[in-house]
Write a protein that binds this ligand. Structure first.
Ligand SMILES: NC(=O)c1ccc[n+]([C@@H]2O[C@H](COP(=O)([O-])OP(=O)(O)OC[C@H]3O[C@@H](n4cnc5c(N)ncnc54)[C@H](OP(=O)(O)O)[C@@H]3O)[C@@H](O)[C@H]2O)c1
Length: 264
């Protein structure tokens, strides 16, 4: 089922990005895959091109670098490719008590989640507007809606993604170009283990599969929704955070994210 459209997906070597890459390949999209692990990119590219008979290129780059969006944009121009769908999915979590977490890692996280995503939209949107069509999927989190103890900087970067995406999406009304923000809750990927948070209650309860989340994301993107929270449990979580008193939400978040990070 070829459709002659191209999707650029960041952070596709594992988890949600990999599931999204499979989803877009199944739907006949040609792909531009971006991440750091070259071996995994090669392996995924071979699998997808052979299984789904799509055209595929990959770009190896650390997207936390200040010039990363320009690098990716120029690579795409050099390859003479047109991006119909842009998926800003790459991300990670520097988890723990704020006074103990790494400042360097937090800077990388802020660059990757905020500067890179913003720059990618700045660079690719004019081309999409010129074509009068295009779709952007930015990956936020339930943390986009709820400030999280022991995960404060991560949640703040994800709030930024939701806020900037909604604002620009409203500016784009009537242009044929839309931005959808996906807000997943705990999802069974490498994310929790990399952040050392796999033993938290959050990652023991109601964990969704990346394939299910990718399915929800794809449908919301095609319906050109502004934002989607993945799964009923996560929707209840987000709505509750607006209804319940702040102190109760903070205490519940502490229980979900573990007490082992106390400053003392
Ligand atoms: N899993 C969850 O519970 C959860 C919940 C809410 C939101 N999210 C969000 O979902 C997105 C995907 O995460 P995931 O759960 O699929 O985690 P994952 O399995 O750890 O995958 C993260 C992907 O991002 C890439 N990446 C990380 N840092 C990068 C960098 N500096 N430059 C380039 N690529 C980088 C990784 O590839 P390389 O290492 O090859 O570069 C990998 O492909 C993230 O934005 C995350 O914040 C996840």
């Amino acid at each position: 089922m070829k459709n002659n459209k191209t999707a650029l997906i960041t952070g596709c070597t594992s988890g949600l990005g990999k599931a999204l890459s499979v989803k877009f390949a199944q739907k006949g999209y040609n792909l531009i895959l971006v991440a750091r692990n070259e071996d995994k990119l090669k392996e995924l590219s071979n699998y997808l091109s052979q299984t789904f008979h799509i055209k595929l290129v990959f770009i190896v780059y650390g997207l936390e670098k200040p010039e990363a969006a320009e690098y990716v944009f120029h690579k795409v121009q050099e390859l003479d490719l047109k991006v119909d769908v842009l998926v800003n999915n790459a991300g990670f979590n520097e988890f723990g008590n704020f006074i103990k977490t790494s400042r360097e890692k937090e800077h990388e996280m802020m660059y990757l989640h905020m500067f890179f995503v913003t720059d990618m939209m700045k660079l690719f949107l004019p081309l999409m507007l010129g074509n009068k069509q295009g779709q952007i999927l930015n990956v936020g989190s339930t943390g986009s809606y709820i400030s999280c103890p022991y995960d404060a900087v991560y949640a703040a970067t994800k709030s930024y993604i939701l806020s900037v995406s909604k604002g620009i999406n409203a500016e784009l009304k009537g242009t044929g170009v839309t931005i959808t923000t996906l807000c997943p809750g705990s999802t069974k990927t490498e994310f929790a283990a990399k952040a050392g948070m796999e033993d938290t209650l959050l990652f023991k309860l109601f964990v969704m599969s990346p394939e299910r989340v990718a399915d929800i994301a794809y449908k919301a993107l095609m319906k050109r929704k502004t934002a989607v929270v993945a799964g009923i449990y996560n929707k209840i979580l987000v709505i509750s955070s607006y209804i319940l008193p702040n102190r109760l939400v903070d205490n519940l978040s502490k229980i979900m994210l573990g007490k082992q990070h106390r400053a003392d």
